[in-house]
Design a protein around this ligand. Structure first.
Ligand code: ADP
Ligand code: MG
Length: 261
């Protein structure tokens, strides 16, 4: 059986006028195996988020150019896929979590509505079934008093709880791929660990592959199977996690490791 979920091949991404600007992601290649966690690590501005967003072509189409590259997802190149097909894949196969859940949750809607909207849109689940599933999802991500929480607005929850809601929503469509872009950066350290443990636990339960984007090497060490180190838009080193920490090959990786607290 093929263990590869998807491969990014020679991906370059730029913004603005293709003739005048240079790409910010340069000839990036990596493969994500089923059930594994691949970390993209690198300092701020190194191209991690752009890489992640390109996979499903989520960058503003009229400003973004792709001088080269393929994103092969089960024999299909997503960079060539139609918008309708991309929407289908985003809705059915992929979950995404971002850094700051306040910007992704609608402040005017109760938690229940946010989750049931997702269920209706992507799964066609409505009414009492949606309520039951929303409750189940909140319990799955370890939110206490889940029934009560469904009736709360985002601002009535703590940052950690909001991030759990975002994870619940990302899991609503039972994705085979979860893209987590700095999912814990906005949270304090204890909550960070709880959220990451939760993700790992859910990954084992649900068999998802995770693309974990972070600038934090401690997180990589604890949670990733494989690592790509990005520097100025390029992957400068790609390793199994334990090998990277034991014997970093690239000078930039060594610098990152030395700078670690
Ligand atoms: P990281 O996630 O590693 O911090 P990003 O992938 O967000 O870095 O950004 C990489 C580079 O691309 C940065 O120089 C950033 O300013 C630029 N960039 C990101 N998004 C856009 C955009 N929509 N338009 C123009 N430039 C962008
Ligand atoms: Mg980023």
């Amino acid at each position: 059986m093929n263990q590869t979920l998807f491969s990014v091949k020679d991906l370059s991404v730029g913004f603005g006028n293709a003739a005048q600007s240079t790409p910010v992601v340069k000839s990036v290649s990596f493969t994500l195996e089923r059930g594994k966690t691949l970390a993209l690590v690198g300092e701020s501005g190194s191209g991690k988020s752009v890489t992640a967003l390109s996979i499903l072509k989520l960058l503003p189409a009229h400003q973004t150019f792709y001088p080269s590259g393929q994103v092969i997802y089960q024999d299909e190149d997503l960079l060539q896929a139609s918008e309708a097909r991309l929407r289908e894949i985003r809705g059915n196969r992929v979950g995404m979590i971002f850094q700051e859940p306040m910007t992704s949750l609608n402040p005017l809607h109760k938690i229940e509505r946010q989750i049931t909207e997702t269920l209706r849109l992507h799964r066609g689940i409505k009414g009492p079934a949606a309520h039951a599933r929303a409750l189940e999802l909140l319990e799955l991500v370890g939110i206490d008093s889940a029934e009560e929480r469904l009736g709360h607005y985002p601002h009535e929850l703590s940052g950690g709880q909001r991030q759990r809601v975002m994870i619940a929503m990302a899991l609503a469509n039972e994705p085979e791929l979860l893209i987590a872009d700095e999912p814990t950066t906005a949270l304090d350290v204890t909550i960070q660990q709880q959220i990451l443990e939760l993700l790992k636990d859910l990954q084992q339960k649900l068999g998802m592959s995770v693309l974990l984007i972070t600038h934090d090497l401690n997180i990589v060490r604890r949670y990733a199977d494989n690592v790509c180190v990005m520097y100025q838009g390029e992957i400068v080193e790609q390793q199994q996690c334990d090998q990277l920490f034991e014997a970093p090959a690239h000078p930039y990786t060594r610098k990152l490791l030395d700078a670690e607290p």
